[in-house]
Each structure stands twice: as structure tokens, then as C-alpha cells.
Design a protein around this ligand. Structure first.
Ligand code: SAM
Length: 676
């Protein structure tokens, strides 16, 4: 390339301006990096035809379909290495040689590996011409690193990897840093910094979201782009723990076609199958859970679906799917925060399926849909009174008086708890307990007078009595909210378990239930640090009651998007899920390189896997609230996966649920549960 003196002065000016406007202005502070960026002539590392664009704020094409990185990204990655000068550094992906020259301005020794021989050769030439002779350009597969010259104080990878290559981590000096983009092959990656804090300990940080060409090689992607094959073919390159997981995993490509036969066989004769979710807003969790549930209903005779939803709202779904024309309700179902949790396209598809499936069956054979939660105090009061009104107006009047004790708190039931906790206000415990007892007794007299009830009448009675139980427990729940979080948590989970138990009793000795709740409710609490906080959960109570006849299935994801809010009552947002933390179960699953799989945990295939599953690691729980900034403190807890679940379903990348807008459901019949 021929550059005239006038042009080169202009270019030097543009370089300075580029450093100020594109790099310093975006927060790069290291004086060493800024100085290096001011010195290296980027124009010399690009094709002549692009010389005028040398200081554009963008990557530019070079030969072999590759790119020279955007100047800001080169600066950001170099700064992330935290070099002081004089270190030994390895770069993977020489490309044009530009970033290697920037590194050479700071480091004492630079090795740079490029897989394309023609690029390696051209970079060698340019580096020599520009005076960076000390850069050692090697042609080869950089995912293997360069053991003969390790350890390195810094390693920087200029191409996107599916996982952090194990060999690169091993070639870091203790205290050394590896900066690498990890994520999708053609799309976004997370720029990670992995610091080797001790011989066997690495700390991982998420620095930014970036977009790079793929890292192709043994520890990266295959040329064809098959991540799974790339990763599976390198099982020998995985950590021992990730290899154990990869070997035990049953991969699947698609939720609709996944072969569930092995899972169904493992579930065997279980009476209760609890299926979790690692967030309340992830489509893949809902869809896979629905698919497993459909198989359990159609092939194994399950006839109850019980969800972490409000009883009265879920009961409208029950009426719909069982083709019962219940009384019209004057409230909107699933209208309380968080609306997207049940009012979404994924749940609607399942409800449609169940409605059609039940149609072919007799009333007794039909599967019901119920809610286990206790947040519906006032709609439950209405439901009990409504039931009594059509059967015994005097009893309805008594119940109305009993429940009127709670009436002042309708706009904010939590305020009832606050008032009841102060000695100035008498609580309503006796009144609501009396209402429940009377309802239970009233049924006996109804039975005495009318004899055997129809299945439909039994279902209406179940609805009334469960609402009365709910009012009882919700009254206690709001009171205990003020004595401690663990007490109210336990009350809520005990209520959900009690409701499940009542449902099983109601449906007779052959009843089988699928439970849909968050992982934190359905995974056995004893396999986590919950007992240390004095907490139990539905999974634990089921394990204690049903033993191996309870089958607990957890879900997890590494990254993607999720529907969640910043705070209770806030607007729903589609948020980005941060890549999972090192030392989490999620990261271990991610490191297998298999995008989707089912992992059997109850009978581990080897003693090593069994030992691994009993060890403690972090696990992420996203509820209706997700706060990525304080993620470690607000969303991670410790768990022993093998004690918590019998099975784990993995989606490396996942997406937010699709909430239902009211117009989406406008054409449904009035009885449809989502209709207003
Ligand atoms: N740092 C370069 C620069 O300043 O021009 C830009 C690098 S470019 C974004 C990524 C480079 O990584 C490409 O040249 C590509 O051929 C190379 N690459 C991809 N996989 C590789 C591997 N396994 N080993 C070495 N180089 C690889």
C-alpha cells in the first residue's frame, strides 16, 4: 500500500480522533491501551481499497471471509487482560495482525495463532513491515493453545466459541486472564473474562455482548457449524464433570419431536409427577412441560393437572377443559400480577389440547386443571358464598357474616396481616375456620337429604370447599407474613401440598397428578440450602408422603430471554438472561456443549456421576422478578442436583413466553377461562 505523507498525517489525526471518540468516550481508561491504540496504524492492516475507512467505528472485511475487529472491541479486550507491561500473551485469531500489534505495544512477548495459512502469512509480513517483529505468528488450531510456551499471563480469543475451551484455561498462569466471546455461532456472544484465581479455581465475569466470526477447531465449532457435533467430538476436551454430564445426557433437537419414551419408562408407576421451571416466563419450559404432561395423560392415565395458580381462576379452566358449564364469573381470570405467568400462548395451547382430548372421554375419565396457590382470598370468598346461595341461602348469609371480618382489607390483603400483627386489631382466624367447618358439615346434611351426588355436583362442592380451605390458609398466610418470610413460605407450600392431597383423595384411589410449579417449590428442599433457612416445600412434602412414587423433574437454561419484571407489580419486560455463573449446575450443563437434553438423575450411570450429583453447586432461580445486576445475590442458591430432582431438562438457550393480549382471545366462547 502506498500512503503519501499528507495522507499519513491525516490518518494519524483520524487515529487520534478515533481513540478519543470511539474508545475513551466509551469508557476504556487504561493509559497503556489508549497509547497503544494511538500508535498502531490500522490502515496498514486492511486491504488498500478500504484505506479511507481505516478508522471507521466498525469491523472491516479481510481475506478468507474474515474480519479485522472494530477498534473499540480490540481496546476493550486488551484492557480486560489488565496488563501492566512486559507480560507473556497469547492471541487466538491473528486475522490481519492488527490486534497482535496492539498487544505487542504493551506485552513483553506475543504469540498469535491463525488457522488460515494465507492470513497467517500476510499478517507475519505486515507485522514485520510495521516494526512488530517480536510477534510470533503460528498457523494452527488456536483452540488447543500453545502448550510449549504456556503458561500465559493473558490469552485473548478473537473469534466466538461455543464454550470456553478447557485447554486455554489450563494454559493460563495463576492470576492470568482469558478474554473470550462465548455464545451463538452466528449471532450474539457474551464477552467473558475467566481469571485463574488458583490452580483449580477460575472466576468468570460477563463483560459485554459482542458479535464475532466463529472459532473453528477442536475446542470450538465444526466448519459445518454443528455445535453439538463439534462439542461431542471433543468430549475428551471437556472437564471431567462436563464429560460425565455429556455421557449421561439424552439430547433432543425439538420439543415437539423429542423421544419421551425413556423418560416415561423411568417415571414408571409414579402417582405424582412434579414438573418445574427455572423461571415463570420461559417458553421452552412451558412447552416441554406441556408435552410431558400430555404424554402422562394420554399414556399413563394421569387425570389431575395442578398448577401454581390461583384456585378460582384455574377452576374456570377446569370447567372449560371438562366441558362443564359453570356459573359465569364476574372477574377476569389471571388478571392479577403476574398476568403473563398463566395468561400466555403456551398455556393456551395446552388448555386447547386438553379441552379436545377430554371431549372424547366420559365425565369421570376427564382430566381436570386446578390451582394450588393461595393468593385469591376475595374471589374465593365470593365463590363460597355463590355456591351456598344456590343451595342454602341461610348458610350463605352466615358465611357472609363470618367473612365480613376480612372485608375492610380487600384492596390490600397484606394490610390485614399488618393490622392483625398489632394488638389493636382482632384477627379473623376463628370466623374463617368456623365457615370452613360449617361447609364441611353442611355437605354431610346435603348428602343425607339427597343421597348420591352427580360427578358434576361433586366437582362444584370440591370448588367450594377448596376455596374455604384457601381462605383459612390465606388468612394465616397474611398474618405470618409479618412474623417472618420462612413461616409464610412454609404455610404457602403446605397449603399447596394439602390441596394436592385433597385433589388426589377427591379423584379416588387411581388418581394421578402432574404438578406444575417453579423448581424452588417442586425440587426437594432437602437437596438445597432451604432447610438451613427453616424452609420446606411441596417437593419435599411429596417425597416424604409418596417416596419414589413422586417423580421430580427440574428445568434449567444458560442464557436467552425471559418475561419478568423489575419489581413486584411492575410492567413485564423481555429481559436478557445472563450467561450462567461458573460453579453453577447450569454452567456444567452448558459446558457439555449439548443444546437441549434430558438428564436422568435418580439412578446415575456411574459412581463418579453419583458423587458429582451429591456435591453442592450454585443453581439459578428466576421468578416473576429478574434483577440481572444483582443476580448472584438475588437469584442463586446452593443445591445438590441429584438430591433435589429425579430428572433435569436442559435448554442451553431459551426464550420468553408470549403473553396473551385480550384481543387474542376475543373469539373464544364466553366460558373460555381467559375471556373477560
Ligand atoms: N484479531 C484479528 C485482527 O485484529 O484482525 C481479527 C480476528 S478475526 C475477527 C477472527 C480470526 O480468527 C479469523 O482470522 C479466523 O480465521 C480466526 N480463527 C477462527 N478459528 C480459529 C482457530 N481455531 N485458531 C486460530 N484462528 C482461528
Amino acid at each position: 500500500m502506498v500512503i503519501f505523507a499528507k495522507d499519513s498525517t491525516k490518518l494519524a489525526e483520524r487515529r487520534r480522533s478515533m481513540v478519543n471518540k470511539q474508545i475513551a468516550a466509551r469508557g476504556v481508561r487504561s493509559a497503556l491501551v489508549l497509547e497503544a491504540m494511538r500508535k498502531v496504524p490500522r490502515e496498514k492492516f486492511i486491504p488498500d481499497s478500504l484505506a479511507t475507512r481505516a478508522y471507521d467505528d466498525a469491523p472491516l472485511p479481510i481475506a478468507e471471509g474474515q474480519t479485522i475487529s472494530q477498534p473499540y472491541i480490540v481496546a476493550l479486550m486488551t484492557e480486560a487482560l489488565e496488563l501492566n507491561g512486559g507480560e507473556r500473551v497469547l492471541e487466538i485469531g491473528t486475522g490481519s495482525g492488527y490486534a497482535a500489534a496492539v498487544l505487542a505495544e504493551i506485552a513483553g512477548e506475543v504469540d498469535s495463532i491463525e488457522r488460515h495459512a494465507s492470513l497467517a502469512e500476510a499478517a507475519r509480513r505486515t507485522l514485520k513491515q510495521t516494526g512488530y517483529d517480536k510477534v510470533n505468528v503460528i498457523c494452527g488450531d488456536g483452540t488447543l493453545g500453545r502448550r510449549s510456551n504456556a503458561p500465559y499471563d493473558g490469552i485473548v480469543v478473537a473469534a466466538g466459541a461455543p464454550v470456553v475451551p478447557e485447554r486455554l484455561k489450563q494454559q493460563l498462569a495463576v492470576g492470568g486472564r482469558l478474554v473470550i466471546p462465548v455464545g451463538e455461532r452466528k449471532g450474539h456472544q457474551a464477552l467473558l473474562r475467566v481469571t485463574r484465581v488458583a490452580e483449580d479455581e477460575y472466576r468468570e465475569e460477563h463483560l459485554s455482548d459482542v458479535r464475532f466470526v466463529p472459532l473453528i477447531g477442536e475446542g470450538g465449532w465444526t466448519e459445518a457449524g454443528d455445535a453439538a457435533a463439534a462439542r461431542r467430538s471433543t468430549t475428551s476436551n471437556l472437564s471431567e464433570d462436563a464429560r460425565l454430564f455429556a455421557e449421561a445426557a439424552e439430547p433432543f433437537d425439538d420439543i415437539d419431536t423429542a423421544d419421551l419414551a425413556p423418560l416415561l419408562e423411568r417415571i414408571g408407576d409414579a402417582r405424582v409427577v412434579l414438573i418445574g421451571e427455572a423461571s415463570h416466563g420461559t417458553s421452552e419450559f412451558y412447552r416441554m412441560r406441556a408435552r410431558i404432561t400430555q404424554a402422562l395423560i394420554a399414556q399413563k392415565g394421569f387425570n389431575i393437572v395442578a398448577a401454581e395458580a390461583d384456585w378460582p381462576d384455574a377452576f374456570r379452566i377446569n370447567n372449560h377443559v371438562r366441558h362443564i358449564h359453570g356459573p359465569a364469573a364476574d372477574w377476569e381470570s389471571f388478571a392479577r400480577f403476574p398476568t403473563w405467568m398463566w395468561r400466555n400462548r403456551e398455556v393456551q395451547s395446552f388448555v386447547d389440547w386438553l379441552h379436545d382430548h377430554n371431549e372424547k372421554l366420559t365425565e369421570q375419565q376427564r382430566t381436570g386443571f386446578y390451582g394450588l396457590d393461595l393468593y385469591s382470598l376475595y374471589t374465593s370468598i365470593d365463590a363460597v358464598i355463590e355456591y351456598l346461595e344456590s343451595r342454602d341461602t341461610e348458610a350463605a348469609e352466615i358465611a357472609r357474616t363470618q367473612y365480613s371480618c376480612l372485608a375492610p382489607w380487600q384492596p390490600d390483603p397484606a394490610a390485614y396481616g399488618r393490622a392483625a400483627a398489632s394488638s389493636r386489631y382482632r384477627d379473623c382466624a376463628d370466623e374463617v375456620a368456623a365457615a370452613l367447618t360449617e361447609l364441611l358439615e353442611q355437605r354431610l346434611s346435603l348428602l343425607r337429604n339427597h343421597g348420591q351426588e352427580s360427578a358434576r355436583e361433586q366437582e362444584f362442592y370440591l370448588n367450594a370447599v377448596q376455596n374455604a380451605r384457601l381462605i383459612n390458609n390465606a388468612e394465616a398466610y397474611y398474618r405470618t407474613m409479618y412474623s417472618g418470610y420462612s413461616d409464610s413460605w412454609n404455610l404457602r407450600d403446605s397449603h399447596m401440598f394439602e390441596t394436592l392431597d385433597e385433589l388426589l383423595t377427591h379423584h379416588g384411589p387411581k388418581a394421578k397428578a402432574v404438578v406444575w410449579e417453579h423448581n424452588s417449590h417442586i425440587g426437594n428442599a432437602k437437596g438445597t440450602d432451604m432447610p438451613a433457612r427453616g424452609q420446606l416445600n411441596v417437593g419435599q412434602l411429596c417425597r416424604e408422603r409418596f417416596g419414589n412414587e413422586a417423580y421430580l423433574i427440574g428445568f434449567g437454561t444458560h442464557t436467552g430471554t425471559v418475561a419478568a419484571a423489575d419489581d413486584w407489580g411492575d410492567e413485564m419486560e423481555i429481559k436478557t438472561v445472563r450467561p450462567s455463573l461458573a460453579n453453577s449446575w447450569e454452567r456444567l450443563c452448558h459446558d457439555t456443549g449439548i443444546p437441549r437434553f434430558v438428564l436422568p438423575l435418580r439412578r446415575p450411570k456411574s459412581p463418579n456421576l453419583s458423587r458429582l450429583l451429591r456435591r453442592e453447586r450454585l443453581e439459578r432461580a428466576i421468578g416473576v422478578i429478574y434483577r440481572p445486576r444483582t443476580e448472584r445475590a438475588s437469584h442463586y442458591f446452593n443445591a445438590r442436583l441429584g438430591e433435589q430432582f429425579d430428572e433435569y431438562v436442559w435448554f442451553d438457550e431459551s426464550h420468553a413466553v408470549t403473553p396473551l393480549a385480550t384481543q387474542d382471545i376475543a373469539d373464544y366462547p364466553d366460558t373460555y377461562p381467559f375471556a373477560i
